[in-house]
Design a binder for this molecule. Structure first.
Ligand SMILES: *Cc1c(COP(=O)(O)O)cnc(C)c1O
Length: 506
């Protein structure tokens, strides 16, 4: 058992109990022959040969399934759930991911019967409420982004990028020339160049300037009649606001190119400034980041795409519209549309949650959220910059990016420091990203964290910096408190074992 201690720290240190005992680790396999979690009444109809009923679909061999009692199953899954880490357990400072709290009011609203049980095949006349949820959310997001039109269909940020770039491509094609390339800064999220390539564009890499921003002169040299768009993340992945963005938009527009904004970092901007006002033509939002819907394994994502009037005709079908009687309906007759990008209308349950979040906060609450997120990141920066190298001194927005430069002299790298955080009861920050910062520690606390939790994190990071100096071995072998310490991360990502297999099956 380890505790965080620091003479300057006045809060209560978080004790970390090793997540499981050796005994539990050994006893994952709980099946034993003959156990059942059900009891059926005796058969009171004639027995039928399954093959007669199901034909070829009938299985002769049911395979080997685990045999357990009901309580053993419940305990197994409940125990597994406690081996995980979640925002509901503590700070989750994974930079660029905006792992904010998912307010319970969102869950409450999404479970209201009429909402939870609505079916996409219900007639429009019986779906007016559901359509109104979509329309209201669309209007809120249009207001927040300063755009003119929107689709809620895309299922994630990367899917939103794909949809947005399809709009750009369709717009260029409508003018007779799809153009050849898309410019992507070297600080971009990896999904940006991937999206441009999937949409059939050559990717031209743009080197960042000394502040980590766009080199406007270099951009002006690059943009020509073959440029379809620039994909810009603002604030950038080093948490810096691109203060030349107006000029960047002008350079592109003067040559008939468009500005795509990756809006995944909108948690730094909501209620303060609007991409539509600073020149973006199309952008995506991550409801599962900025608008507090569950993230990662917690739920499906949602990546709405907002655009300016010129791109509206190309939006995916269907769009939510109102007829002459002011009834809501889904409009499919859109001859210039890029087509459907998602079955039905998108991840509807997430629209409900995001709208609940927006309405619960209101305009002032959303602005406060942004201010708190930026304040929290800058508080961490101010309290840690004497111990961790800060490669870019430009003011931070919602996240701060340090590097492991000072710790590497003892052989300790960003990934090692992150592993040690696990021992102190925190989820690691984002390691080794963005690529323009070698050995990056990318930390995004979000507005969800209290001063107390931030202080505990600061204290822990300071303790880890001391350990890196005095006892690097401790960090190089971390984590010490988990059932598995260091994995082969490439194999874990590429060939994950996600399925239970009977130990007796070959
Ligand atoms: C998270 C993120 C994305 C991708 O969003 P997904 O929902 O994970 O597909 C794209 N760009 C940036 C800057 C991001 O932070």
């Amino acid at each position: 058992m380890s505790t965080v201690t620091d003479s300057k720290f006045t809060g209560t240190p978080r004790k970390v109990t090793p997540h499981i005992t050796q005994n539990e680790a050994l006893s994952f396999e709980k099946s034993s022959p003959g156990k059942k979690a059900y009891k059926l009444p005796p058969l009171d109809v004639p027995e039928v040969d399954p093959a007669a009923l199901l034909g070829e679909a009938a299985r002769e061999d049911l395979g080997t399934l685990p045999e357990l009692s009901e309580i053993e199953i419940i305990r197994h899954f409940t125990r597994l759930s406690t081996w995980n880490y979640a925002i509901d357990l503590g700070m989750y400072p994974l930079g660029s991911c905006t792992m904010k709290y998912n307010p319970r009011v969102n869950e409450f609203v999404s479970r209201i019967e009429g909402i939870a049980e609505a079916h996409p095949y219900q007639p429009e006349s019986l779906s007016q409420g559901a359509l109104q949820v979509m329309e209201t959310l669309q209007n809120c997001l249009i207001e927040i982004t300063g755009m003119d039109a929107i689709t809620l269909q895309p299922a994630a940020g990367a899917h939103g990028e794909f949809t947005g770039m399809l709009l750009i491509r369709a717009w260029h094609e409508s003018k007779g020339n799809a153009r050849k390339h898309v410019i992507v800064p070297d600080s971009a999220h990896g999904t940006n160049p991937a999206t441009a390539a999937v949409c059939g564009y050559e990717v031209i890499n743009l080197k960042s300037n000394a502040d980590g921003g766009i080199d406007v002169e270099a951009l002006a040299q690059l943009v020509n009649e073959d440029t379809a768009a620039l994909m810009l993340t603002n604030p950038s992945t080093i948490g810096v606001f691109e203060n030349q963005v107006h000029k960047i938009a002008d350079i592109l527009h003067a040559r008939g190119a468009l500005l795509y904004m990756d809006g995944a970092n909108m948690n730094a901007l909501v209620g303060k400034t609007r991409p539509g006002d600073f020149g973006a033509d199309v952008m995506h939002l991550n409801l599962h980041k900025t608008f507090s819907t569950p993230h990662g394994g917690g739920g499906p994502g949602s990546g709405p795409v907002a655009c300016k009037k010129i791109l509206e005709p190309f939006l995916p079908t269907p769009v939510v519209a109102r007829n002459a009687e002011c009834q809501l309906y889904l409009e499919f007759n859109r001859p210039h549309s890029v087509g459907r990008v998602r079955m039905f209308y998108g991840n509807y349950g997430m629209f409900v949650r995001a709208l609940a979040y927006i309405l619960a906060n209101g305009p002032d609450g959303l602005r406060q959220t942004t201010e708190d997120a930026v304040l929290n990141a800058n508080y961490l920066r101010a309290k840690l910059e004497d111990l961790y190298d800060l490669p870019y001194k430009t003011p931070s927005m919602h996240e701060v990016v340090f590097s492991d430069k000072r710790q590497t002299k003892n052989g300790v790298k960003t990934g090692d420091l992150a592993k040690r955080l696990i021992d102190y009861g925190f989820h690691p920050y984002t390691t080794s990203f963005p690529l323009i910062v070698p050995g990056a520690l990318m930390i995004e606390p979000t507005e969800s964290e209290s001063r107390e939790e931030l202080d505990l994190f600061i204290d822990t990071m300071r303790q880890i910096a001391r350990e890196a100096d005095e006892n690097p071995e401790l960090i190089l072998n971390a984590p010490h408190s988990t059932r598995i310490s260091r994995l082969d991360e490439t194999t874990a990502a590429r060939k994950p074992i996600l399925r239970w297999k009977s130990p007796t099956a070959e």
